[in-house]
Write a protein that binds this ligand. Structure first.
Ligand code: AKB
Length: 319
């Protein structure tokens, strides 16, 4: 079997995706690529781990040849909040690395997974039940790179037949690797702080509603899309996927059901404007029809599972 390369394997989604792919295809068949962030123990112990900067084409090409790569999951990206602090870096990392990967996918006939985001939408997009095919006019640099990325991926499919598929991830909630530099990070931080200090100061308002998803669903969506029958796909690199939507206040109330003494305060900062430009709820009917997408987690069972996992880690001194 040709091997799989996961670029950005030390990130929030990349780290769990790599382990899920190794479980499915065998450790040696999935090569994890890191860059700056230190890898977790499981990542280095369950299969090959290498480092390179994905904006350097030659490094990626060397890995493709050395490991006989047939599929790339290109998970490396600068997210929305960091992207607003350093738009030039966001463009460089997100676009230059994607262009390299697409060119190599064309040349070496590699399948590609592209992580897009709800950040492709902007203030002029309908915010409720946001359609699959709608206005894409984001006001963040991260969003600009994600729309450009979707268009570029679809171009490589149409022009060169590259089998590239992608999802518009909502905010992802997980108990393993913390996210970094995103606007939806509060929905993860709140769990850690609730367990450690019984208090959290949230950087968006209590009323802010955003689409979210628990990591097991995000992994399932990624694997299922890549397994989908190509002839059934009408869309390629830009599937809307949804699982749950809630306000920051509703999330705090859900945590309080498990930790009654938990107190949440709200001090919105620059990330509020980003959150306000994104949808509240998402129409994912195209994903449901074209490859059978269906989530398993809602707010209640996600929060229960997160709290159980993080409480265990806290007791073991691992939080
Ligand atoms: C972010 O907040 O920037 C990301 C995203 C929604 O793509 N989590």
């Amino acid at each position: 079997m040709k091997r799989i390369l996961v670029v950005g394997s030390t990130g929030q989604i990349g780290s769990e995706l790599t382990l899920a792919l190794r479980e499915k295809f065998g450790g040696d068949n999935v090569v994890a690529v890191g860059h700056r962030r230190a890898p977790g123990k499981a990542l280095v112990e369950t299969g090959p781990y290498i480092t390179f900067d994905a904006t350097n084409r030659d490094d990626i090409e060397r890995a493709i040849k050395k490991y006989n790569i047939g599929t790339i999951y290109h998970m490396a990206a600068v997210l929305s909040a960091t992207g607003e602090e350093n738009p030039q870096l966001a463009w460089h990392v997100n676009m230059d690395s994607l262009y390299n990967v697409l060119e190599l996918a064309r040349e070496y006939k590699i399948r590609l997974f592209y992580p897009s985001s709800i950040a492709v939408f902007g203030p002029t997009t309908p915010r409720d039940n946001t359609p699959q095919d709608t206005i894409l006019a984001p006001t963040t640099m991260y969003g600009v790179t994600k729309v450009t990325g979707e268009l570029l991926c679809d171009y490589y499919f149409l022009k060169y037949g590259v089998d590239v598929r992608g999802l518009r991830y909502p905010g992802i909630i997980s108990s393993e690797t913390p996210p970094g530099g995103g606007t939806t990070d509060y929905a993860v931080e709140i769990f850690y702080e609730a367990i450690k200090h019984k208090r959290y100061t949230c950087f968006v308002s209590k009323e802010t509603v955003l689409p979210m998803m628990y990591m097991p669903d995000a992994i399932k969506a990624t694997l299922d899309l890549m397994d989908a029958e190509a002839s059934r796909l009408v869309h390629h690199s830009n599937f809307n996927i949804a699982a749950m939507s809630f306000s920051a206040g509703e999330l705090a109330e859900e945590i309080k059901k498990h930790i009654p003494e938990f107190v949440c305060e709200y001090k919105p900062d620059f990330r509020q404007k980003i959150a306000d430009s994104w949808p509240k709820t998402i129409d994912d009917s195209a994903a449901r029809e074209e490859w059978g997408w269906q989530p398993d987690y809602d707010l209640a069972n996600m929060a229960k599972d997160m709290l159980e996992k993080l409480t265990k880690k806290h007791k073991e001194g691992k939080l």
